[in-house]
Design a binder for this molecule. Structure first.
Ligand code: AQP
Length: 334
């Protein structure tokens, strides 16, 4: 029997992924190479839904791809590609847009958050239709599982609704995907605002830990992370969200259960604990940073890896799209 398929995408919207992207998504991508037929894409078409510069996007797409390979994606085991290299994404998105209600799209909380952040004047229609393009990304590959952070759960629900709607109207075509959300790391929060998610576009520099950042600044940010009143290291999401976030991070990075960490740091101040968190972060990030730098030093080789990924992705996407065109009533090319 064929392995279940997994697909996920990550946006090239910054010069580095952050710890939330790594723990909530990338680390799962790597783990899921085992036992899954894995497809991962750098979603550059999503990155243009907010203001951007062409040259910056091109650079960030390479940096994003390099980080995926550096984190452990193996081009022989996974299909790693750039979304805009597979034209079917936009083609299927249009078909799905035509099946989506205005109210349904308007309910997406990420759109509401982002449009409020950028202001009505700079919010484009692309940002509004973004979740539908994301649905197309997933459905094109007939993915069974989609590893994501908690912020993407609502988009996954929309994807399932659209797949069901298409299947119902035009006949069984799409696999219904399930979110794959790893407990404990589904929402890594901002170091300065521990109630908000760590985010490329909205976290302040002091609140975000970038995968490609140097050890000095990383350590400084962790030592200066907002902690809560008192000095106990206990997991109390409500009253101590800052410490709870650091405990989650430390637990995920070292594989130590949170109660064990609470016991280990009992009676010790925040300083010792934070120093250990900084060490665990640096130990995880350093090899990824070094491998990313090496991959970026040979752009031609990196581009060839992505071209090979695109060939594999296109083969699957083309097969789905052929079915969609036929079922949706488009005339075949004679
Ligand atoms: N703080 C987080 N904790 C856990 N998972 C997270 N993800 C993002 N932030 C956290 C997961 O990372 C994957 C890739 O995210 P994305 O590039 O599609 O963008 P995003 O979810 O919108 O993340 P950002 O950092 O907030 O990016 P911008 O600011 O560009 O929108 C997803 O699986 C996401 O769940």
């Amino acid at each position: 029997m064929a392995s279940p398929r997994v697909l996920s995408g990550i946006q090239p919207t910054a010069d580095s992924f952050h710890l939330g992207n790594y723990l909530g998504a990338v680390r799962q991508y790597v783990a899921m190479q085992e036992g899954y037929d894995a497809f991962y894409c750098v979603v550059d078409l999503h990155a243009i839904t907010v203001e951007y510069q062409a040259e910056v996007l091109r650079r960030r797409s390479r940096v994003a791809a390099a980080q995926l390979f550096a984190a452990g994606l193996d081009p022989d085991r996974s299909t790693v590609f750039v979304q805009s290299h597979v034209r079917e994404h936009t083609e299927l998105a249009w078909v799905l847009i035509c099946l989506t209600g205005m109210g349904e799209a308007g309910r997406m909380t990420q759109f509401k958050d982002k449009s409020a952040r950028y202001g009505e004047g700079s919010t484009g229609v692309g940002l509004f239709t973004y979740p539908i393009l994301q649905a197309a990304d997933i459905l094109l590959y007939q993915a069974n599982k989609v590893p994501v952070g908690a912020d993407q759960k609502q988009h996954l629900e929309l994807t399932r609704d659209l797949a069901q709607r298409f299947n119902h109207r035009f006949g069984e075509t799409f696999t219904l995907p399930e979110p794959y959300i790893v407990k404990g790391v589904e929402k890594i929060t901002d170091l300065q605002d521990p109630l908000a998610k760590m985010s490329k576009s909205s976290s302040s520099p002091a609140g975000i830990l970038d995968l490609l950042e140097q050890p000095g600044p990383l350590r400084k940010k962790i030592m200066r992370a907002v902690t809560d009143t008192g000095s106990e290291i206990v997991f109390d999401e409500e009253n101590k969200p800052g410490i709870a976030n650091l405990l989650r991070i430390q637990s995920a990075l070292t594989g130590t259960p949170i109660p064990e960490l609470e016991a280990r740091y009992a009676g010790q101040g925040y300083g010792t604990f934070k120093k250990d968190v900084a060490e665990a972060v640096e130990e995880t990030f350093a090899p990824i940073r070094e491998r990313t730098e090496k991959l970026l030093a040979d752009e031609a080789a990196l581009d060839r890896m992505l071209a090979a990924g695109a060939v594999k992705a296109r083969a699957v996407a083309a097969e789905t799209m052929e079915k969609v065109r036929d079922r949706a009533g488009f005339l075949p090319v004679a």
